[in-house]
Design a binder for this molecule. Structure first.
Ligand code: 5RP
Length: 270
């Protein structure tokens, strides 16, 4: 692997082999998502606890201070919207690799929609993106997306999607956690796997439990957004999650960190 590729991956995946990516890219098809209406405000208190942020070029330029030193994962696919839910799998490439390099991105990311009518186009888009990214030493992260079909998220489907993304050359794969068989998803994928959170769930503990379990089963960490920044206590949430990822905290210990930070006691992850 060339120096540039290794260096960029090292900016994202920390020396302990783990990663906490903070995605704020949701507006690219959802519009002004709840609590992400002003992305610059949303990330202000929590950015320092993330290892990287994932976002589009529009939000990067408009909402992130260029003196920010957090690595950028630039979303480079899109072209669809929630107004046409049945066409969410029709994403194309929206942003060039040249632009990603101009923006000093550490990686680019795009969605693939395995099992959807436009599976073929999105997989070929990933292949083309990887061809270009490899030329410049910039990692491509594949997002195994399901559009509005959240019920698709079982181990068999996720293993298929992750493996295909890796076979096509993604350097990192983002997928969903599933309770049954998640170890098979990770085992079948020869590149690092990070987990998305999906829509906000009812309790913090549910998040801590799935992050912990996913890591025990081989995931290197998360690319987790809504369950952090839609929380009423986003700092407590990200610090608790960080403790699981980088300090091997158990869900119970993470819950305690959450409660402490929430109540102002402030014990927490580094
Ligand atoms: C949107 C994305 C998001 O980055 C990803 O889903 C992670 O965010 P969340 O934890 O809110 O699901 O790729 O398509």
């Amino acid at each position: 692997m060339d120096w540039g590729m290794r260096n960029r991956l090292a900016q994202l995946i920390q020396p302990d082999g783990r990663a906490l990516f903070l995605p704020i890219d949701h507006g690219y098809f959802q519009g002004p998502t709840h609590k992400l209406e002003k992305p610059g405000e949303t990330i202000k208190p929590i950015l320092s606890y993330a290892d990287a942020i994932m976002l589009t070029r529009g939000i990067l330029r408009s909402s992130v201070d260029p003196t920010n030193t957090k690595p950028i994962i630039l979303r480079v696919s899109g072209g669809t919207s929630m107004a046409r839910k049945e066409e969410l799998d029709q994403e194309g490439i929206t942003t060039s690799v040249k632009e990603a390099i101009r923006l000093n991105a550490s990686a680019v990311s795009m969605s693939v929609f395995v099992g959807s009518p436009h599976e073929h186009e999105t997989l070929l888009n990933l292949s083309s993106l990887v061809n270009e990214c490899e030329e410049y030493g910039i990692p491509a992260m594949a997002v195994t997306a399901v559009g509005a079909e959240l019920e698709k998220r079982d181990a068999r489907y996720l293993a298929l999607a992750c493996r295909i993304a890796a076979e096509l050359g993604a350097r990192v794969v983002k997928t969903y956690y599933c309770k049954e068989g998640f170890e098979k998803v990770v085992k079948g994928c020869p590149v690092p796997v990070v987990m998305a959170g999906g829509p906000k769930v009812d309790t913090e503990l549910e998040v801590f439990e799935f992050v912990y379990d996913g890591i025990q089963k081989g995931s290197i960490g998360v690319n987790l957004g809504r369950n952090i920044w839609q929380s009423d206590y986003p700092v407590a949430m990200i610090r608790a999650i960080r403790s699981i990822i980088h300090e091997n905290a158990t869900p119970k210990e993470a819950q305690q960190i959450f409660e402490d930070v929430k109540s102002g006691k402030g014990r927490g992850a580094r």
